[in-house]
Design a binder for this molecule. Structure first.
Ligand code: SF4
Length: 227
């Protein structure tokens, strides 16, 4: 039977403070995965000991630690995400980084490229419209074009973006503002591991967390657009 972990609703978060061996299973929530899926837990621990998991995991955890410094007695965050990306890539000994960007974020893509090149990475970049192909050629009905349905409308082409970066033999790939779903297709087709530097949020300046906190956005989020 499929189990449905519900960590987001957990009232205790004991996994954050107590080692697995010392947990009192009876105090864990009924659908706690430690309780319901200990076989999966044990298998995952084994995987961390081997590549490709180990190759990424250890540097990622070092980068996590280095993102903090003790300043005036307080443990403080000291790196914006772009700096974390740079330092993580150095820990991985990466020489070539791919950027898959949205045409609407070309300015940001250029800034990121310049920062990475200053750190002596080779950067390959592909824009979402790189195939110059009309949306209807990729199976989309013309009524779903954003502009005039009778005119050429260049399609986002995440499969091509990934394949071009695969061909360029990038070692890690960075998503810069790809549309929802297109980002999934890019990730599915990328040979290199993918991280997201900018997640697209057209309404909230690419900062989706704002929508979680303000009552102004709640009616939009809770509205039923499809019934
Ligand atoms: S793993 Fe268990 S204890 Fe940890 S957050 Fe999830 S439900 Fe809570």
């Amino acid at each position: 039977m499929a189990s449905t972990p519900q960590c987001a609703k957990c009232p205790v978060f004991y996994c954050e403070s107590t080692a697995f061996e010392k947990l009192n299973i009876s105090t864990l929530p009924e659908n706690c995965p430690i309780r319901t899926s200990s076989d999966v837990y044990k298998q995952s621990v084994i995987e961390y000991k081997e590549d490709p998991v180990r190759r990424l995991y250890v540097p990622a955890t070092i980068a996590e630690k280095e993102a903090y410094q003790r300043i005036r007695g307080a443990l403080m965050a000291v790196r914006p995400r772009i700096k974390e990306l740079i330092e993580f890539a150095k820990l991985l000994n990466v020489g070539k980084i791919g950027i898959a960007f949205c045409a609407g974020l070309r300015d940001e893509a250029l800034r990121i490229t310049r920062f990475l090149e200053k750190q002596e990475f080779t950067v390959a970049s592909t824009v979402c419209k790189c195939g110059a192909v009309d949306k209807t050629s990729l199976g989309v009905d013309k009524k779903y074009k954003i502009g005039n349905s009778e005119r050429f409308e260049s399609a986002c082409n995440p499969v091509l973006q990934a394949k071009l970066l695969n061909k360029a033999k990038t070692e890690i790939n960075v998503i810069v503002g790809l549309c929802i779903g297109h980002d999934m297709l890019f990730t599915m087709n990328s040979n290199a591991p993918v991280t997201t530097l900018i997640v697209k949020d057209r309404l909230l300046g690419h900062n989706p967390v704002i929508g979680l906190y303000t009552s102004y956005h709640r009616p939009i989020i809770e509205s039923q657009e499809r019934t």
